[in-house]
Design a protein around this ligand. Structure first.
Ligand code: BTN
Length: 264
């Protein structure tokens, strides 16, 4: 699947995490830990429609091998999704849409997506997603959503760059409520993707970018300027660039960074 981290198996040492509490929620089997290293790693050996949530992560993982501050009070949730066929290419972006749906269902309307699937409120990051593929046919979609946690107290580099639900809506949903909202939303979007392909989801994903705008793409060191025009049905980033204004398409994994350029 494009746009995901491919990590070769065998991969999971199931030590020192204790036994999770396991319960059923609709189609999902949810495993809950007080503490684990990374919910994506815990989910790596699980079958489809299993999910893992932890109160804290000791080695939360972000994109590009960055660490992800995962103190108590945030939603750290990973879902194992079957990925089949061409529609799977859109899954990383569809997962971002699903998280936006869940957040909007809590009453927070004014959010947007930043490439590839950061959820922003007023330019601050509310949620991030990490999609791993540990085994063929299954993707692990890990969501980190700031709720009552305090990421900026744990990492000075994050000062002024994060948002959390506790500062934005009242009453703040519980982690159980948010878990259910996200699971339900991801299930719905994944089913739509299988049933109708990109047709229904693509316009909704594209609306969340608030594109077009000027960007600079970092294609693993090669910088390209142009106008970001959302994604196509295969999940390719569309960039209008060059003197001819031609539309160029990039695989998600080609784009290390999309820098938004503000007009002066
Ligand atoms: C990013 O924006 O860099 C992606 C952050 C993804 C964080 C979540 S928290 C739950 C899951 N487990 C992890 O180790 N990472 C993801």
């Amino acid at each position: 699947m494009s746009g995901s981290n491919r990590i070769p198996g065998p991969f999971v040492k199931d030590d020192c995490h204790g036994s999770p509490a396991v319960r059923q929620f609709g189609r999902w089997t949810l495993h809950e830990y007080p503490e684990t290293d990374s919910t994506n790693l815990r989910a790596a050996a699980l079958p489809g429609w299993h999910a893992v949530r932890s109160d804290r992560q000791t080695a939360g993982r972000g994109r590009f091998q960055r660490s992800w501050v995962s103190d108590e009070g945030g939603l750290w949730l990973s879902m194992v999704l079957p990925v089949t066929g061409a529609a799977a290419r859109l899954l990383p972006l569809a997962a971002g849409l699903a998280v936006c749906d869940a957040v909007q269902a809590c009453g927070l309307r004014d959010i947007r997506l930043r490439w590839p699937n950061d959820v922003l409120v007023s330019e601050r990051k509310l949620a991030g997603l990490l999609i791993d593929q540990f085994v063929p046919g299954l993707a692990v979609a890990g969501v980190g959503l700031n709720v009552n946690n305090s990421p900026e107290e744990h990492d000075v580099a994050l000062r002024g760059r994060t948002a959390r639900l506790a500062d934005l809506i009242e009453p703040v949903p519980t982690l159980t409520e948010l878990t259910h909202l996200v699971l339900r939303s991801v299930e719905r979007i994944a089913e739509q993707l299988v049933a109708s392909g990109a047709a229904l989801l693509l316009p909704r994903i594209n609306a969340l970018w608030r594109a077009p705008y000027k960007v600079q793409l970092d294609l693993d060191g090669r910088l390209v300027d142009g106008q970001f025009e959302g994604v196509d049905a295969a999940g390719h980033l569309q960039l209008r660039a060059g003197a001819s204004g031609a539309l160029h398409h990039f695989e998600p994994h080609q784009v290390r960074l999309l820098r938004e350029i503000q007009d002066p």
